[in-house]
Write a protein that binds this ligand. Structure first.
Ligand SMILES: NC(=O)c1ccc[n+]([C@@H]2O[C@H](COP(=O)([O-])OP(=O)(O)OC[C@H]3O[C@@H](n4cnc5c(N)ncnc54)[C@H](O)[C@@H]3O)[C@@H](O)[C@H]2O)c1
Ligand SMILES: [Zn+2]
Ligand SMILES: [Zn+2]
Length: 361
């Protein structure tokens, strides 16, 4: 009788997949890794259909996020098909199409119960950070029931990749924390995908002015088509003077920082009106100067936030109703195995006129 398994072959031979692996600052490669398997009953294994690259991945590649260690598969956004679920997963089954949230959350701990999924005691931002991420053929998602969202039949799956991270990030960390109100003057520093997501979702609240500030003229042009009332290129214009002249010397009611460097955070605190809100969104790798000697008396609020993704179900409804059309943020398409080229394009966004790049398996 023929044996099914060759005697020299270990019966538990790991199946391999391709993945983008971080090897320290500036070093990455598309290489073979073992396919992920269920580790705990609440896990799901997802076959990636579409993924993308985030500004945070660029920070990781710069070495700004030192918790990411050599050998880690990066990426924390994407949509896919469920390949397998653990015995403790009840909301999802093999074959379901899902949005992967960039935040993993148990839904049960003290922080999750407060809606602060980003600080889940058994999750938070771990994907492509502390555990292997989505720039791969397969990914393991812990706490699948609370960390995945069903994709409605007939939905534009590519557009929904924007719900993994950038739309909830721009909305929660920028617009909600900034407390954008009708009639406000809002400045958004950084017109990358996250800044543009803040621009799109700020309009839920009918601010009077939304001023986009960036050094990339292409992104300024895109901002105008997405609803910015003014744009300022801060590489050629003195932003403080310009904001003064636009606001009768008062400054803006809300300043959203969506870059992640000291200069842009300090810019936000220098253009804020008394009583205003500075909402930091950017991931920072360096300390910044906080000018309390001028700010102490200005009644301002400064907020920080890691995205919680608690607004994902609401944002999904606005995408389904076409109030939000996040597919407009997609500029480039690649096959998943061209991910290194995709990094080149996204990393040279001004030259390439790139916003979100989509990688398809
Ligand atoms: N808080 C969170 O939970 C969270 C989640 C996701 C992303 N982020 C962070 O949000 C930030 C934006 O992400 P993104 O994907 O849009 O990144 P991105 O790199 O595509 O965009 C950054 C933008 O900043 C502009 N910029 C760079 N230097 C500038 C300067 N000196 N002045 C003005 N503009 C400048 C660039 O031209 C670019 O348009 C990043 O720091 C990212 O890590 C935070
Ligand atoms: Zn991200
Ligand atoms: Zn939790």
């Amino acid at each position: 009788m023929e044996t099914l398994v060759h005697p020299e072959e270990p019966q538990s031979a790991l199946k391999l997949m391709k993945a983008l692996v971080y090897h320290g600052p500036g070093k990455k490669s598309w290489e073979d890794k073992p396919q992920p398997a269920i580790k705990t009953p609440t896990d799901a294994i997802i076959k990636i259909l579409k993924t993308t690259i985030c500004g945070t991945d660029l920070h990781i590649m710069k070495g700004d996020v030192p918790e990411v260690t050599d050998g880690r598969i990066i990426g924390h956004e994407g949509v896919g098909i469920i390949e397998e679920v653990g015995s403790g997963v009840s909301n999802f089954k093999k074959g379901d199409h899902v949005i992967i949230s960039c935040i993993t959350s148990c839904g049960k701990c003290e922080y999750c119960k407060k809606g602060m999924y980003s600080h889940c005691q058994d999750g938070g931002w771990i994907l492509g950070h502390l555990i292997d991420g989505t720039q791969a053929e397969y990914v393991r998602i812990p706490h699948a029931d609370n960390s995945l969202y069903h994709i409605p039949a007939g939905a534009d799956e590519e557009a929904l990749v924007m719900l993994s991270d950038i739309l909830p990030t721009g909305f929660e960390c920028g617009v909600l924390n900034g407390q954008v109100k009708p009639g406000d003057t809002v400045a958004i520093v950084g017109a990358g995908p996250v800044g543009l997501a803040a621009l799109l979702t700020a309009q839920f609240y009918s601010p009077a002015e939304i001023i986009m500030i960036d050094s990339d003229d292409n992104r300024m042009g895109v901002s105008k088509t997405f609803g910015a009332t003014k744009t300022i290129n801060n590489s050629t214009v003195d932003v403080m003077e310009k904001i003064k002249s636009l606001t009768n010397g008062k400054g803006v009611n809300v300043a959203i920082e969506a870059v992640g460097i000291p200069a842009t955070f300090e810019l936000c605190t220098s253009i804020i009106a008394p009583g205003g809100h500075v909402a930091n969104v950017g991931v920072h790798g360096k300390s910044v100067t906080l000018h309390l000697e001028t700010l102490w008396s200005q009644n301002i609020t400064i907020t920080t936030r890691l995205v919680d993704t608690v607004t994902t179900p609401m944002l999904l409804k606005t995408v389904q109703s076409k109030k939000l059309q996040p597919n407009n943020l997609i500029t480039h398409h690649f096959k998943l195995d061209q991910v290194i080229d995709a990094y080149e394009t996204f990393g040279n966004a001004a030259k390439e006129k790139a916003l979100k790049v989509i990688l398809t398996s």
